[in-house]
Design a binder for this molecule. Sequence first.
Ligand SMILES: CC(C)(COP(=O)(O)OP(=O)(O)OC[C@H]1O[C@@H](n2cnc3c(N)ncnc32)[C@H](O)[C@@H]1OP(=O)(O)O)[C@@H](O)C(=O)NCCC(=O)NCCS
Length: 141
Amino acid sequence: MKYRLAEPADVPAIYDIETMSFKTPWSLESLQSDICSNDSAYYFVAEHDGKVVGFCGVHVILNEGHIMNVAVAPDYRGQGIGETLLRTMMAYTNLEAYTLEVRMSNRTAIRLYKRLGFTEVAIRPEYYIDEDALIMWWRKS
Ligand SMILES: CC(C)(COP(=O)(O)OP(=O)(O)OC[C@H]1O[C@@H](n2cnc3c(N)ncnc32)[C@H](O)[C@@H]1OP(=O)(O)O)[C@@H](O)C(=O)NCCC(=O)NCCS
């Protein structure tokens, strides 16, 4: 498995994983614009045999990162790819703190973030319209 910064040519594969992974996926245009034209955004992909099988993205504001999305293609989950993607992104950006929102019901993702040292800080009611969000933070110690 290779972990690297995303390139414009990765956008269609990232969009496929996005649509397989989220109830309300980002549009192709939103992903394209964030990956290709947003100077504050950093996206990473996991590549296996030349195929993109996972990605994550972060927006950097001063010394903090807001994790926008992390997803792994269904056939490749449970192998540590999500964890390595996030560790790769955090090592590369090397910020003082990271935050994210996650659905309260997404126990797999919440366990993953806790393994990385994120803590539960607050609940944002109806953030997803149909569900509350858990807000988590990671701070450099
Ligand atoms: C959340 C998500 C990104 C995790 O990706 P992943 O690559 O499966 O994550 P990991 O493999 O690092 O961890 C998942 C599980 O596999 C286990 N695992 C990791 N490597 C393993 C291995 N070699 N053998 C067996 N199990 C392993 C982990 O311990 C973890 O177990 P747990 O759920 O009981 O804690 C993925 O499930 C996904 O794409 N979900 C849909 C999108 C989503 O919800 N994203 C988060 C939005 S906030």
